[in-house]
Design a protein around this ligand. Sequence first.
Ligand code: ASP
Length: 327
Amino acid sequence: MKVKGLFIIALFIWSCSNKPNKPDVKMDWAIALHGGAGNILPEDYTKEQQEAYIHHLNYALEIGKKILSEGGTSLDAVEQVIRYMEDCPLFNAGKGAVFTHDGKNELDAAIMDGNGLRVGAVAGVRDIKNPISAARLVMDKSEHVFMIGKGASLFAKSQGAEIVDSSYFFTEKSWKSLQRALEKENQKDKKMGTVGCVALDKLGNLAAGTSTGGMTNKKYGRVGDVPIIGAGTYANNNTCAVSATGHGEFFIRYTVSHDISALMEYKGLSLEAAANLVVNIKLEKAGGKGGIIAVDKYGNLTLTMNTTGMFRAFANSNGDQMVSIFR
Ligand code: ASP
């Protein structure tokens, strides 16, 4: 009798920890976005700086909410939210991209459609104003999934993407950040500002996108996790959509975003449990700092980090909403 009781308790605990956190009512739509994770502490930002970040995160969120609530696609929401963040110099993507060791900007971006596992990615581009839209063009208009450098720019231009002079990407903030990094060659710049967005639309389609200037002081030709599908970006209608930010080399080695999806698909873990296992246990143990935002096919959201902060926001069709910076 006693053994039977213990067995039932164990079974209950097991089923709770493995049950996908399916809400009673499936969300019509849900969205989350990030503007980078890192050693982000309140004392490093003035009140005005914090307000500026909150303002732009809110604005980006409203763009995505409007598209999704009016029945638009998750892909459009992801692309438009990221375009806004790329144009905002506060973030390390598009306009605000960081500098390489030799003072250039090399941008990476990827977008993935969870419906059919369609993908587009670009890496090392130097003159595309909105790399996320170039990634979308690779997905929609080419027979490829990943293009780099000059070839990616020429293709994007031929498809109508806006090309800018590379001086467009100069910002005082990113330049100073490179000078600080050069002074202390071995010390990584502690703030990261990659942008990303994940969304579920009313048709039940998931999408993920991420865009970045990479890491300050990176070597010429270095590519991070962002455009590597399954590392920094992944979406699959059967499981979830994930966008990551952090020390890219670790996210590549641990195939972070696909690992979260695989734990859900093959092990039946909930989104929350899978994200926690990968970010707070596996990555943390390896010394890989960063965070992820993710949404599953029911509209459950998770914003998980092993850093002191992540610029982030989410909203869903239930009226839940949050914008936040610190842990
Ligand atoms: N993950 C990006 C990279 O390694 C950087 C970041 O997220 O801040 O390129």
